[in-house]
Every structure is written in C-alpha cells, then in structure tokens.
Design a protein around this ligand. Structure first.
Ligand code: HSE
Length: 310
C-alpha cells in the first residue's frame, strides 16, 4: 500500500435466512469487496477506479460505496476533504450475495479508518444502509449489518437500525450455490405480494422464533425444523431454474435447510458439518451440469469478523 493509503475487505452475506425477510442475515468468508482509500489530488470524495465492474457508476451519489462514505463525511462536515477510493468488486451484481451492501460497507469502513476512526464500527451501520439504499431503493440492513459486523444478525427494526448479533453455532457450514442468472433485487422485491394471511404470519413467526432459539441452544434439529419460509420463497423460487428439484436434492443429502439467498438467484444450504456441505454442493453441481446451467458453488463457515482492514 502506498504512502498513507489503506485497504479494507467487506464480506458477502446471505440475507433473509429463509424465515427473516429483511430482518436476518449472516456474513460468509472470503467472497467480498475491497476498497483502497488514499489522499486525493483535489477537494472532495472521488471514486478513482472500479475494478472488475467498470460499468458501475463512479459518481459518488450513484455508487453504494461512494454514497455511504459521503454520508459519513457529511456527518462530520468533511465532505470537502481530498479523498480517493478504488473499489474492487469481487462478486457479480444481482447475485443475491449482498454485492451492493459489501461495497457500501467497504466504502464507509475504509474512509472511517482513513480519517482516524471517528466512529465505532457499529455506528457506521446507518451510513452503510444509506449507501445500500441506492441499489434497490429501500432501507433495510439485512445485508449491510452482517457484512459490517460479522456473524448472524437480527434487525429488530430497520428504521432505527436496532440490531442484535445472534450466536453462530460451532460447526455450522454454509453452501452457496449461484446459477449464472441475473435477478435484480428491485424487481424481486416488486413481485412480492403486499399482504399475507394470519395463518402465514403465525407459521412464519413460529419458525423465526424457533430459529433464534435454535442458535442460542446450538440445536441443529430445531434449526432444521425452523428453516421453512412459507411467505417469500414460494413467490420468488419461480425465478430460479429448477429451485424445487435442487432444494429436494439438498434435503436428501441432509442439509439442515435450503432457501434463496437474499433476492436470489443464489441459494444457500445450512449444514451441520463440512462432509454434508460437500455432498450437498456436489449433488447440486452435478444436477445443474446435467441441465447445462452454469453454476458456481462455495462452502463457507459463518464469517464472525465482518469488515476488516488489511
Ligand atoms: N431482504 C432483501 C430482499 C435482501 O430479499 O429483497 C436483498 O437486498
């Protein structure tokens, strides 16, 4: 890193976790975005370059990393500081892995470090969520909170960003499956019905409460019984090729649960050990290969650190 510059990493994340639409998410290891920040040559915050995704806007008001960092600087009256950032996108857009959120988190976390860390990590959440809002027009922290803070995070209230870090049971593994189909979050949100029945509410609340209890008890059987989304998955799964078949394969191979990651098309399985995770990943990889659908997969622990400075 050049004189006075620094580099940070913010991880990808799985939002909703089946039973917590807009209110649950966890971070994963290794996949994520990076930001390099250094002193600029003229006043104001600038995005100097965007690696791997040059079509993304460099205008800081239209870019999640730029906007999150700008909001932080404005809160301190420092928007005229000469600061340049390079954004390194290591994952595709519209994958359902929290790509725009990882950029927002990396942008704000990097600039906060660069100017001497005036805010604690937890305090960056509002700026990161404002950045993420650029991507799909709504204010929800189920990707930014885990990407920033790490672990499994519950958002009790998105408006006030009242967030709770939940325990991540030891040994819990996540398989990410990403068929190469693009789904825009804004569109996947727009297709959702605005109302649910009382019966669905009761079912989903039971599962959500039991999911949280299962994390506290490290009870994988309860976790498995809880991971059933009766509201969002039935509406969105039709956007993902062969969703029902690959979910059945995952469950036959002893996954604890299988659902859509964020708005899709990525999907995730939670598994009780790496052996099961590998079997689940391999069975789905073979299935998509037979159907001639290109697909990436990845096995990860729950990332407990969130955004980090190198
Ligand atoms: N909770 C969001 C959704 C995550 O499912 O639309 C994607 O931004």
């Amino acid at each position: 890193m050049g004189k006075n510059g620094l580099k940070v990493f913010a991880p990808a994340s799985v939002a909703n976790i089946a039973v917590g639409y807009d209110i649950l998410g966890f971070a994963v290891n290794d996949i994520g975005d990076e930001v390099i920040v250094r002193e600029g040559s003229e006043p104001g915050l600038k995005i100097r370059s965007i690696h791997n995704y040059p079509s993304l806007p460099k205008d800081i008001r239209k870019n999640t990393a730029g906007f999150a960092a700008l909001k932080l600087l404005e809160s301190l009256g420092m928007e005229n500081e000469a600061i340049e950032i390079d954004l390194i996108k290591n994952m595709g857009i519209g994958t359902g892995l929290g790509s725009s959120a990882a950029s927002a988190v990396a942008g704000v976390f990097a600039v906060n470090e660069f100017i001497g860390r005036p805010y604690k990590k937890r305090e960056l959440l509002r700026f990161a969520t404002l950045g993420e809002q650029i991507a799909d027009g709504s204010f929800h922290a189920d990707n930014v909170a885990p990407s920033l803070l790490g672990g499994i995070v519950l958002i009790r209230d998105n408006a006030t960003l009242d967030v709770v870090k939940l325990p991540a049971p030891l040994g819990l593994k996540c398989v990410l499956i990403y068929p190469l189909v693009e789904i825009l979050t804004e569109e996947a949100r727009a297709l959702l019905s605005k109302s649910i029945t009382l019966e669905q509410h009761i079912q989903q609340s039971g599962n959500l409460a039991a999911f949280v209890a299962a994390l506290y008890k490290s009870d994988f059987e309860l976790l498995s019984r809880s991971l059933n989304d009766c509201i969002i998955e039935p509406q969105r799964s039709k956007l993902i090729p062969h969703f029902d078949e690959v979910k059945s394969l995952a469950m036959e191979n002893e996954a604890l649960g299988y659902s859509i990651s964020g708005a899709g098309p990525s999907m995730f399985a939670l598994c009780s050990n790496s052996h099961i995770a590998e079997n689940v990943a391999e069975s789905i990889r073979r299935f998509y290969q037979d159907k001639k659908i290109e697909c990436n997969y990845y096995i990860s622990d729950i990332n407990l650190d969130g955004a980090v400075r190198y």
